[in-house]
Design a protein around this ligand. Structure first.
Ligand code: ADP
Ligand code: MG
Length: 547
């Protein structure tokens, strides 16, 4: 293959690796990587030599920045879309990237595109240097970028950021309930994907000396997606074989169809994409059995135990139904507080209010009034709850799931660069997180969960894992919605021990429970709800004596 051909494939690989970050790591189906290539390519042509005349390095830097901004704005605009609509929206971007240049021919050169002198010259008057960016030098730059991005992805996949992205991909609601801010992570990922697309666009435009709508057709976006999916997912080198295949595609298209050009190439890409998607369904099933060891990162947050939670006059109405009617409640540190009452009496709704998924009444943690906000913010403030139904993603090992809990409340943007550079501090933190997860499980007497396959857990074990995940957040207030549901007698005994241990350690524990024997055995305080009202509240013995 020629130098130019190889360099071009390497730039495509940079774009594909960037796309893999969104698609494979974070599970966001992004179809419009070609659009960000277009932003990078047109920006460097418009701003650099032959256009506005900025030095090439500056123009390329601005091109990457513009693409990153475009990615950030795309993330903002699509923040509330679920996966299918995100795919559609970004596919529309891929179309726009080709249509806009043709619609504004004065600026973008129409279908002919913008032609720039190649090889480009890097000139610095201040330093008195003049370097000609030959094809070979461009190839070396492209190769260096590929290696750097591959290395970064490899490290990301094994670090704290990778764990969070796995949570985002496998169980976004769970990740949010453990304190990981999904929207912010998604913005960061899409921005990085777009920046790498822009870099690839700028690099290949400088290489061939022209950028035209044909270079950034929606077909390019599809090719990049196919390249990412062909190589399999969740591995940093995943896009490499796909891009290799694309590099030999023009020859293949000619051989198979007897006609070269975009149409034949399009047919082959579509077939590849279908094959890759079918293979992906099979591979995902296999990947569940073949999980990586738990990545490490930061220490479990210090427990700020010993803080009580108080709710003042909360009312919640659903269309025609009063779920809570002026409920006040006080959970004390070091005690287990049981909420009992018939089905539909408002117990789960009460936990929703305490945990921030519903806004009602005034919630006070210690002396501080907690503002209305997201569940994620409430976890960071120190209140975590488990849902009534268990969520145990099979794609994350039990230890990873507990580690995901321990990630909540940590500052991702700072810890990721540190981890990428593998600083001594980040390695220490990784070791501490692993130790913290083990300590959390052992401390609860649940060490046996560490070796188990999440797909094979019994209902009771799923409940216990869910509980351990919440405890790992370090939140001093722990709310569990019917943790004993589906448990065997032995598991109930285990749960009793776990709850007692948490309270004795100073945690503020609230549980919704139907099993009155369990309540009698473990609860210090009991509140009885009926039809959204508090019937009785107080010491367990006193409530039991109350008819
Ligand atoms: P519990 O957990 O005690 O069984 P819930 O708190 O789940 O009770 O429900 C209390 C009442 O609020 C019930 O009448 C239920 O039907 C109603 N309810 C709960 N969630 C919703 C909702 N999202 N939309 C409408 N009604 C709801
Ligand atoms: Mg309920």
């Amino acid at each position: 293959m020629s130098t130019v051909g190889t360099a071009q494939s390497l730039w495509l690989l940079v774009a594909a690796l960037g796309l893999a970050l969104s698609v494979c790591y974070a599970g966001n189906p992004m179809l419009g990587q070609g659009a960000f290539l277009a932003v990078g390519g047109y920006a460097v042509a418009l701003l650099g030599p032959g256009g506005s005349g900025l030095p090439l390095g500056v123009a390329a830097g601005l091109a990457v920045l513009l693409a990153a901004v475009a990615g950030y704005l795309t993330a903002l605009a699509t923040a509330r879309l679920d996966a299918g609509y995100l795919a559609l929206a970004t596919w529309a971007l891929a179309w726009l990237a080709q249509r806009v240049p043709t619609a504004f021919p004065k600026l973008f050169g129409g279908t002919e595109g913008l032609v720039r002198p190649a090889p480009a010259r890097l000139v610095s008057r201040t330093l008195g240097i003049e370097v000609t960016l030959t094809d070979r030098l461009n190839l070396a730059l492209a190769a260096a970028c590929c290696l750097l991005v591959l290395l970064a992805l490899y490290r990301l996949g094994r670090g704290p950021g990778g764990l969070e992205l796995a949570g985002l991909r496998e169980a976004p609601d769970l990740a949010a309930s453990l304190g990981i801010p999904l929207a912010a992570r998604r913005r960061a990922v899409l921005t990085a994907t777009a920046a790498l697309g822009g870099l690839a666009g700028a690099g290949s435009t400088v290489l061939v000396g022209v950028i035209s709508p044909a270079d950034v057709s929606p077909l390019l976006s599809l090719e990049l997606l196919a390249a990412v999916l062909i190589g399999g997912t969740a591995r940093s080198w995943g896009p490499v074989p796909g891009v290799l295949l694309l590099a030999v595609l023009p020859g293949g298209a000619l051989a198979v169809t007897g006609a070269g050009g975009a149409p034949a190439r399009g047919v082959l890409v579509a077939l590849l994409l279908l094959a890759a998607l079918a293979a992906r369904a099979l591979v995902r099933r296999q990947a569940r059995r073949d999980r990586p060891p738990p990545p490490g990162s930061q220490p479990a947050p210090p427990a700020r135990r010993g803080t009580g939670l108080e709710l003042r006059s909360a009312s919640v109405h659903y269309a025609g139904v009063t779920a809570l009617d002026d409920v006040s409640l006080s959970l004390r540190p070091g005690q287990v507080h049981a909420l009992i009452g018939p089905n539909g009496s408002g117990k789960s709704t009460l936990l929703d209010v305490l945990a921030g998924s519903l806004d009602a009444g005034t919630v006070r943690l210690g002396a501080a009034v907690l503002p209305a906000g997201t569940v994620c913010e409430r976890v960071r403030a120190g209140v975590v709850r488990t849902p009534q139904h268990t969520t145990v993603p099979a794609g994350l090992s039990t230890v990873q799931q507990v580690a995901l809990g321990a990630r909540g409340g940590h500052c991702w943007p700072q810890s990721v660069p540190r981890h990428l550079l593998s600083t001594p501090r980040s390695r220490l933190q990784a070791a501490r997180l692993r130790a913290g997860v083990t300590a959390t499980l052992d401390g609860l007497g649940l060490g046996r969960l560490a070796g188990l396959d999440p797909a094979g857990l019994s209902t009771g074990e799923r409940q216990l894992l869910q509980l351990a995940r919440a405890v790992a957040t370090g939140a001093p207030v722990l709310l569990f919605d019917e943790p004993a549901a589906g448990m065997t007698a032995a598991e109930r005994a285990e749960l009793r021990g776990v709850l007692r241990r948490l309270a004795d350690d100073g945690a503020t524990v609230g549980i919704v429970e139907h099993d009155l024997r369990l309540v009698a055995a473990v609860a210090d305080q009991v509140t009885v709800l009926d039809a959204g009202r508090v019937l009785a509240t107080g010491d367990a013995a006193a409530v039991r004596a109350d008819p």
